[in-house]
Every structure is written in structure tokens, then in C-alpha cells.
Design a protein around this ligand. Structure first.
Ligand code: UTP
Length: 294
């Protein structure tokens, strides 16, 4: 079963980025010269995804516009001898098919995913959280799709190792390895356990391949932590009803939805970009000297 669709929920309020997010969707805040959401959509496209479903809310139309054609801008760039930029803008407007659905009330990530039910239909799908960025050679969604294919097209949760003292910042999975140091048959996910209660140090940033059966579960689970419909609660029920795997993906993850993670992502992305690496190294070197950083 080929995974063709990815849901990218973008309906959240982005409170950690206020006041910027009073007027700008968090996903449109740029990392260097591209909005955050560009990297998530690129990851989907490079993973073989053919259709992106944004779950949006009011004030988020700039995300749709970004992935649409802008003929006026393309013509302007062409007529002014800026064909490189014209090509870039054209490429972004044609890189994938985009559909949107509104989440009318922000009732949690689980509820946001449920909003995409009719657009997904009867197939398994990927979920990508646009503010969790992963830098890697092979896109992390592709790694999870390959794992799902290897395991009879079952659901796969992307996980990463975290400092065992910091399990209380993440959703942590429990399970037993079916492939050494790589893939576990998951028994459950636990939200933010204290280190002493954590079964593993394998945390779940926002990457999933989900069985279509998740929708009927999302329809019946009660509200969970914070009064929200939690995707974690639905995945725990799913793991009781069918096999769910957790796969340790390769790559460095940045929580760009927090200001600290965003700062780190900006520096790291620049250092890995041949166009900006030298200037970023010089900035860091100068600042280290100026502020006597050790
Ligand atoms: P976050 O927990 O990061 O929430 O949601 P947020 O609103 O984006 O940001 P903060 O915490 O207020 O700063 C994780 C993902 O789930 C989406 C968000 O858009 C984000 O991509 N989400 C969350 C929804 O689409 N709907 C919701 O009701 C909640």
C-alpha cells in the first residue's frame, strides 16, 4: 500500500511565538530564507507524498498562498532579468497538490487529524508536524514509510533517543525491539513520564504513519490532558487493536515551534547550507570573541 497523502496540522495558535503569531502563522516564520512549513512540505515531497492536506484555522491562508502559483510575481521576475528567482517561485507553486480543511475549534492534535478524515478516505497516511524539523540525508517520513512497508503496512511512530533525565518533556514509547536498535513493536505511549517511570528514552516528535483505523478511534476517545483530544490517546487504543511500530529515525531534530529550538535550527540550517555556512561561521566566531563565550 503506497502512502500518498500527508496531513500537516497547522491550526494551532502558536502561543510560544507571540507576539509574532498575533498576525503571522507560526509555520510562515522563516528559517533563513524559507518559511518553516517549506521544509516540512519538502520532506513530504521527497518522501514520495503526492498530496498534502493542511488542517488550518482562521488567519492561516498565507500558508496555502505560499504553495500556490503567483503569476504576477513570476512575470515580474522574468521581465526584470531575475529568472533564477522566477524558477524558484514557480517550483514552490507547483511542487505538490495542496488541499485544506478547517479545524473550526482548536480542540487538540487528535481532533485536528480527525478533521482530515474525509480527505484521506480509505488509506493509510503520514502526519508531519511542521514545526518539528529534521535534518537528514534521507527524509524522515520516507524512513517511516519504508519501515511500514517492511512491517505489513502497519502504523509506525517516528522516535528518537533523548537524554534519559529529560523524558518528562516528551511522549515516550514502551515496547520490545523487533529489529535491533531500530524498530520496536509498541505497546503504549506515555505522556511526559518522570525519568524513574519512563520505560525507555525513546521520544515521539511529530512524525507518524497511521492506519486509516485511527479515525474511528479519534471519533470515540474522550478529551484527555488539557481538555484536548490527544493523538497519543488514540494511538494507545490503536496499539491495543492492531500492531503499531516505533522506528528510531536517523537525523537531527529541531523543535522550531519553541523560540530556543528555532534559534538553534536557524544556526544549524545556515551552517549546513553552502550559501550561508561561511557567513554564519564568521558571525559565530566574531560573537564568541566579542562576548568572551567559552
Ligand atoms: P503545538 O502543541 O505546538 O501547539 O501543536 P501550537 O498552538 O502550534 O503552539 P503553542 O504550543 O501554542 O506555542 C502541535 C501541532 O499541532 C497543531 C499545531 O498547529 C502544531 O502543528 N494543532 C494543535 C492543531 O492543528 N490543532 C490543535 O487544536 C492543536
Amino acid at each position: 500500500m503506497k502512502i500518498k497523502k500527508a496531513v500537516i496540522p497547522v491550526a494551532g495558535k502558536g502561543t510560544r511565538f507571540l507576539p509574532a503569531t498575533k498576525q503571522i502563522p507560526k509555520e510562515m516564520i522563516p528559517i533563513i530564507d524559507k518559511p518553516m512549513i517549506h521544509y516540512a512540505v519538502m520532506e513530504a515531497v521527497e518522501s514520495g507524498i503526492e498530496q498534502i492536506i493542511f488542517v488550518t484555522s482562521s488567519g492561516k491562508s498565507s500558508i496555502e498562498d505560499y504553495f500556490d502559483r503567483n503569476m504576477e510575481l513570476e512575470t515580474f521576475l522574468e521581465n526584470n532579468g531575475k529568472s533564477d528567482y522566477k524558477d524558484l517561485i514557480h517550483k514552490i507553486g507547483t511542487m505538490t497538490e495542496v488541499l485544506t480543511v478547517r479545524q473550526k475549534e482548536q480542540l487538540g492534535l487528535g481532533h485536528a487529524i480527525l478533521c482530515a478524515k474525509d480527505l484521506i478516505g480509505d488509506e493509510n497516511f503520514a502526519v508531519i508536524l511542521g514545526d518539528d524539523l529534521v535534518l537528514n540525508g534521507k527524509p524522515v517520513t520516507k524512513q517511516l514509510i519504508e519501515c511500514s512497508e517492511k512491517h505489513n503496512n502497519q502504523s509506525v511512530i517516528g522516535v528518537m533517543e533523548v537524554n534519559p533525565q529529560e523524558t518528562n518533556k516528551y511522549g515516550i514509547v514502551e515496547g520490545s525491539f523487533v529489529e535491533k536498535d531500530k524498530t520496536l513493536a509498541m505497546t503504549r505511549m506515555i505522556e511526559k513520564p518522570e525519568p524513574k517511570d519512563a520505560p525507555t528514552n525513546l521520544a515521539t516528535p511529530g512524525r507518524y504513519i497511521l492506519s486509516k483505523n485511527i479515525f474511528s478511534i479519534l471519533e470515540r476517545i474522550p478529551r484527555g490532558v488539557g481538555g484536548e483530544y490527544q493523538l497519543t490517546d488514540a494511538i494507545n487504543v490503536l496499539a491495543q487493536e492492531e500492531k503499531v511500530f516505533a522506528h528510531i529515525f536517523e537525523g537531527d531534530r529541531f523543535d522550531a515551534g519553541s523560540v530556543n529550538g528555532y534559534l538553534e535550527a536557524t544556526v544549524e540550517f545556515a551552517l549546513r547550507d553552502s550559501k550561508y555556512a561561511d557567513v554564519m561561521k564568521k558571525i559565530i566566531k566574531d560573537k564568541v570573541e566579542k562576548y568572551s563565550i567559552r
